[in-house]
Design a protein around this ligand. Structure first.
Ligand code: PGA
Length: 244
């Protein structure tokens, strides 16, 4: 009978936040090496913060096109809760990354989907996808059950994800958005290289399941088992259940 061969990935383990930032940056530079005008998907969240800090403080100025992974919809374009605002502040403005493929939160989502698909069609997909993983295995806003063959789309957020993201909003911001635009797994599959970032013990179990469990839409990140060129950058707590 046929079994899947064990997944091959490059595992980089970090000792602390500073080491995580440094190792993630090194993995990023390795991935960019030799690519002309690279297109890069970048994640938001707590996980990449040390990576962005290291990049900002390095004094380097890597050049790339930024591709948004996901964005809330229904917010005004000057709303500081937008992922693109957060990323601009954290990394895109400091590095002077000018070319940004982003979603307009206030526009018609169907038009935004078409816009992003057209950009991929004309220019090709990402060279490097840097991703986080949710405790339920989501990547971007591809929640459990998201088909692997779907491209950019408008999704309703799960209660779990809304609660997890509530922490970033603070009481004064009122209610969380209910919907978002996200690149689909089909778009992420097209990325030539993937760097998955994970920090903290809360990610240990899902990381193990995603990389070594069944390949299933119940664990969206399990699509990575079929990808080439996957690097995992994890701290010791997140990597504790991985063979190494
Ligand atoms: P986190 O989010 O970095 O805040 O843990 C990751 C994710 O849910 O994709």
């Amino acid at each position: 009978f046929i079994t899947n061969p064990p997944m091959k990935y490059n595992l980089i383990i970090a000792d602390d936040d500073a080491d995580f930032g440094h190792k993630a940056k090194t993995a990023f530079y390795d991935a960019l090496n030799g690519i002309n005008r690279p297109k890069v998907i970048l994640p938001t969240g707590n996980t990449p913060a040390p990576f962005y800090k290291d990049l900002r403080e390095s004094g380097d100025c890597p050049s790339f096109t930024y591709i948004a992974l996901d964005e809330y919809t229904g917010l005004m374009e000057d709303d500081k809760r937008l992922f693109k605002k957060w990323l601009a502040q954290e990394i895109l403005d400091p590095l002077e990354i000018k070319v940004r493929w982003t979603f307009n939160s206030a526009a018609n989502p169907a038009c935004e989907i078409e816009k992003m698909r057209a950009l991929f069609f004309k220019n090709g997909h990402a060279d490097v996808a840097i991703l986080g993983i949710g405790e339920n295995g989501h990547v971007g806003f591809n929640e459990p059950g998201s088909p692997f063959n779907e491209s950019v789309r408008h999704v309703r957020l799960t209660e779990e994800t809304r609660k997890a993201n509530m922490a970033y909003w603070g009481e004064q911001y009122g209610v969380m958005p209910t919907h978002a635009l996200t690149l689909g797994i089909a778009d992420l599959i097209e990325s030539k290289k993937t760097i998955l970032l994970a920090r903290g013990a809360a990610k240990a179990e899902i990381l193990q399941r995603a990389l070594h469990g069944e390949i299933t839409t119940d664990v969206p990140a399990s699509y990575l088992q079929r990808q080439e060129n996957v690097t995992i950058v994890a701290d010791r707590a997140a990597a504790q259940l991985l063979p190494h």
